[in-house]
Design a protein. Structure first.
Length: 202
């Protein structure tokens, strides 16, 4: 992947992680979300706090795990951070799956966020099982897919900005954002993997 794209992904991930930490650690729960979502957040604080804090840790760690120099020179630290990352994916995924049933926007949102959580957990498991069996390439590919889903935290907020900026009512665009925030990410990840596989076979 182009270094510029990697830098953008890293900056975006760290920025959103810090933003989420400040908002959810120091401000009233729900203060930064649409009024229609605030009541859901406040009704399920444990679920939302588990999801937010586990997810922001995974988001902050993720980009650095793909740095080739870091992986080869700091192997022990890479493994430790990898375990922390996958533990956060498990916690964030389970709590996200629980919270999906309360997401704003009805069935479309419930299904979008619910499927995201299931795929996030599943791909995390596949990444872990691959590295346990010393399947390095498979592990790397599953991690690309998994982090693409983690990065939904960033693309969700980009989508919110575009939605609000376009003047489309929140109630109209948000249910579809539950899908748009991660499906394109997943497709890009699959394209990257396919491109790498093609390069290795030629």
């Amino acid at each position: 992947m182009n270094k510029i794209y990697k830098s953008i992904i890293t900056v975006g991930s760290v920025f959103i992680s810090l933003y989420a930490f400040i908002i959810y650690a120091f401000l009233e729960l729900g203060v930064a979300v649409h009024p229609g979502m605030k009541s859901n957040f406040q009704a399920h604080p444990i679920g939302i706090y588990l999801h937010i804090f586990a997810s922001l840790i995974a988001l902050a760690i993720g980009p650095f795990q793909f740095n080739e120099k870091f992986r080869t020179t700091k192997t022990h630290l890479h493994r430790i951070l990898g375990k922390v990352y996958l533990l956060c994916v498990l916690i964030g995924g389970l709590s996200g799956l629980y919270m999906a049933q309360f997401s704003f926007g009805g069935t479309i949102s419930h299904l979008g966020f619910g499927l995201l959580a299931v795929l996030w957990i599943f791909t995390g498991y596949k990444a872990y099982s691959s590295i346990i069996r010393k399947m390095i390439v498979a592990h790397y590919h599953w991690m690309i897919i998994n982090f693409a889903l983690t990065f939904a935290a960033v693309t969700l907020r980009i989508g919110l900005g575009i939605g609000f900026g376009s003047g489309i009512p929140f109630e109209t665009f948000y249910p579809y954002l539950a899908w748009i925030c991660w499906v394109p990410n997943l497709l890009v990840a699959l394209m990257i993997i396919r491109k790498e596989a093609t390069r290795l076979t030629h």
